[in-house]
Design a protein. Structure first.
Length: 293
């Protein structure tokens, strides 16, 4: 499937902002199942300077700053992308979770060494609650890792309520675990923390969902804004993306934006401002089949 993706973020400030500097993760990422055909980020007002580069995880990001007073900032990311359905994998054929954990103790190849960085705590997934006990229910001795991860995804979907009013971008995973509610970002953090509690790699993936599903198909939760899920490393298949918000393995209706250790690594927009006082943020996302705009 080919999609047109539009992500518009508008800031309206109560007072003049004299200077601002921002980091944007708004360029779609190339993956084995995703090819970016076009990508552009437009800014109003025009910035004093802007620069693209790849971050530590290989995501294309962009720095920009504005040095003239402004009470309005609009960031519009527009992309055209082709997404293929991932190849099906038999969960029972993945390696046992214990063997994967043992392999990570002495990584002997680049793929394994790259996965090691995703077993450690990160700011939003560090936990003190008994996440390990929750995770262990899906990972009995000798169980194939992917089979356990799929069950974990389903349990998070059942046990945690999707609620846009109880968390924000800084909510730690312990609080989400306590209230058993949150948005897609929070459910992804729960999955990541659970996997890491067992010494298994998991990474955070930001992206989008198809906002206009085919006739007769339900509209997925989280389609009104940027979406998020988690990815597990399940040899011999590699990284497999799982969406606990909707209890589905990620398919051609998901568009990948970036990945990192948690949300803080790949927030669509971050930055600092001088002035402005209070402000209002408006975000609009559309992912529509090419030709259907």
């Amino acid at each position: 499937m080919e999609y047109l993706v539009k992500h518009r973020t508008t800031y309206r400030y109560l007072q003049d902002v004299s200077y601002s500097c921002h980091l944007a993760h708004l360029h779609l990422r190339e993956t084995p199942c995703q090819h970016v055909l076009a990508s552009d980020v437009s800014l109003k007002p025009e910035p004093a300077a802007r620069e693209q580069r790849s971050d530590f995880f290989g995501n294309l990001c962009e720095w920009f700053n504005l040095d003239q007073p402004h009470t309005f900032l609009e960031v519009l990311a527009e992309s055209r992308v082709r997404v293929e359905e991932p190849a099906p994998h038999d969960p029972k054929r993945s390696e046992s979770w214990e063997s994967v954990r043992q392999r990570l103790e002495q990584p002997g190849d680049d793929e394994t060494r790259d996965a090691v960085q995703f077993i450690f705590d990160s700011p939003l997934t560090a936990f003190k609650s008994d996440v390990a006990a929750y995770a262990a229910k899906s990972f009995s001795p000798g169980r194939p890792l992917l089979a356990g991860a799929l069950e974990l995804m389903s349990r998070i979907h059942e046990d945690f309520r999707y609620d846009t009013t109880v968390t924000d971008a800084t909510t730690p995973v312990d609080q989400v675990f306590e209230i058993r509610a949150g948005v897609c970002q929070d459910l992804a953090h729960v999955g990541i923390a659970a996997m890491r509690s067992l010494g298994l790699p998991a990474r955070y993936v930001s992206g989008y969902l198809l906002t206009r599903p085919p006739p007769g198909m339900p509209r997925l939760l989280g389609a009104d804004a940027s979406h998020a899920w988690f990815s597990v490393w399940a040899p011999p298949f590699g990284w497999i993306d799982l969406d606990p918000t909707n209890n589905v393995a990620v398919g051609e209706g998901h568009v990948t934006l970036a990945y990192g250790r948690d949300y803080a690594d790949v927030a669509p927009l971050n930055g600092i401002i001088l002035g402005g006082h209070d402000h209002v943020i408006e975000v609009g996302v559309d992912v529509i089949p090419a030709g259907g705009a």
